[in-house]
Ligand binder design. Structure first.
Ligand SMILES: Nc1ncnc2c1ncn2[C@@H]1O[C@H](COP(=O)(O)OP(=O)(O)O)[C@@H](O)[C@H]1O
Ligand SMILES: [Mg+2]
Length: 421
């Protein structure tokens, strides 16, 4: 049973009453009277806004406050001059819209939000080579059920990882996650690419209404999962309950009993049953995908999305020399890293995009992003007459070291500006 602490001041006497949420106004007045027995029968109680507490507004105090200060007087004519300052604890929360709506300002196209998850998957699989495991990333889009899954066979998440996933942060620097060696290797291949990302949860709520994370670590026999739902966050905010909390489920691999009936079960049952094949993995499931994302994918069967993602991840798909094998990316002048560092341990990433129409089970289209050859990066490389490589070094606020942005990023813009280059 939850309580509200009512801090009562009567003259220069202060007392605290703990009232239960089911306490009636009459009981409350009785308690006040027993603490201050000298009060006349028709004494008044007003809060810090000088609003008199009455039968019909008492519930507001009980339901929306943690603690409240009240002035008790024998009658409304009595002085309201305070003997000293008083205080009451106010609780305020981040409104869930900060989390669920901010993606609308960060993203202007579906593929950018998909990229947030693929970035995370690339990062999570960056140590797979040490376990002799390929790097598998699969994006499944179920058009008819407005659901998508981003699967990777990366390191998975513990309790703390899930908490980090769910927490609304702005950057990895905020999380204290930045790795020292990050800026020593070419930024596009070190695997730590999501450090300037705006975050998976914001991307998830830009795409849809619910984000379910299903994950397993190699060293743990259990699969764990959490679901963050826009409706539930908003409901809890409306009811004045703590907003940012959810249950983490712990289950056996292959156990489908935590799936919600309907689209989750239809789309995920087979995937969950196949979990046992992977010693470690993470699946981000987004349901309630907004129609405009689905419509734009359906329009050309996913080809544009595949092309955009193939462009973004070109160097992860092909390695530092790109599809053409001609790319000569510069080594950093100030780099402490041997020129071939990273490539020896670099493992290309397999990224697949699977579009399932869902109207009948064999209407499935798979794009292996390495086979997409009309993405802008590939076109640029196959049509380029010459290379103009450069990097840009700049000071990022709050970071001591200067950051070097690699040529790959800038070439893209160059391409756009002079599309016939
Ligand atoms: N696919 C994944 N596998 C393992 N951990 C992940 C995955 N996606 C997200 N995480 C964890 O959740 C955290 C938050 O992700 P995100 O919101 O994208 O922010 P950032 O990538 O900037 O840290 C990551 O730092 C990581 O610890
Ligand atoms: Mg990220």
């Amino acid at each position: 049973m939850a309580y509200v602490d009512v801090l009562l001041s009567c003259g220069n006497c202060d007392k605290t009453l703990k009232i239960k949420k089911d306490c009636t106004f009459e009981e409350f007045r009785k308690n006040v009277k027993s603490i201050f027995p000298h009060l006349p029968k028709d004494f008044t109680i007003s809060d810090g806004d000088f609003s008199e507490l009455l039968e019909d507004n008492f519930h507001v105090l009980k339901n929306s406050r943690l603690e409240t200060w009240c002035l008790v007087r024998g009658s409304t004519d009595e002085s309201f001059k305070l003997d000293k300052p008083h205080s009451e604890l106010m609780r305020y929360d981040v409104h869930p819209n900060a989390l669920t709506q901010s993606g609308n300002y960060h993203f202007s196209a579906s593929y950018q939000a998909f990229a947030e998850f693929i970035d995370n998957s690339i990062q999570a699989t960056s140590m797979n080579n040490t376990k002799d495991m390929d790097r598998v990333i699969e994006v499944h889009v179920f058009l008819k059920d407005n659901l998508l899954v981003v699967f990777d066979n990366g390191e998975g998440m513990t309790y703390e990882g899930l908490k980090a996933f769910a927490t609304y942060f702005l950057s990895q620097a905020d999380r204290g996650l930045e790795r020292e060696e990050v800026d020593l290797t070419p930024g596009y291949l070190d695997g730590a690419i999501s450090k300037f990302g705006v975050g998976a949860t914001q991307a998830g709520f830009y795409l849809g209404d619910r984000i379910k994370v299903i994950t397993k670590k190699d060293e743990c026999p259990f699969v764990t999962e959490i679901t963050i739902s826009k409706e539930k966050l908003q409901q809890r905010a409306k009811e004045g309950k703590p907003v940012f909390e959810d249950y983490r489920w712990i289950r056996n691999p292959g156990d489908t009993s935590t799936l919600a009936p309907g689209e989750e079960t239809r789309c995920l049952e087979d995937i969950i049953k196949g979990e046992a094949a992977y010693p470690q993995f993470t699946m981000i499931v987004i349901s309630g995908i907004r129609d405009f994302h689905i419509d734009s994918i359906r329009e050309d069967g996913g080809h544009t999305l595949a092309r955009e993602l193939a462009h973004v991840y070109h160097f992860y798909l092909f390695g530092e020399r790109g599809r053409s094998g001609n790319m000569k990316l510069p080594t950093l002048g100030n780099s402490k890293v041997p020129p071939d560092f990273g490539m020896s341990s670099f493992l290309k990433v397999d990224i697949k995009l699977v579009i399932e129409d869902g109207r009948n089970s064999n209407q499935k289209k798979t794009f292996n992003l390495r086979d997409v050859d009309d993405d802008i990066e590939s076109l640029y490389q196959t049509r380029a007459k010459d290379w103009f490589t450069f990097s840009l070094t700049m000071k990022v606020p709050n970071q001591d070291a200067h950051q070097t942005v690699q040529v790959a990023n800038f070439k893209k813009h160059f391409y756009f500006i002079r599309s016939h280059e």
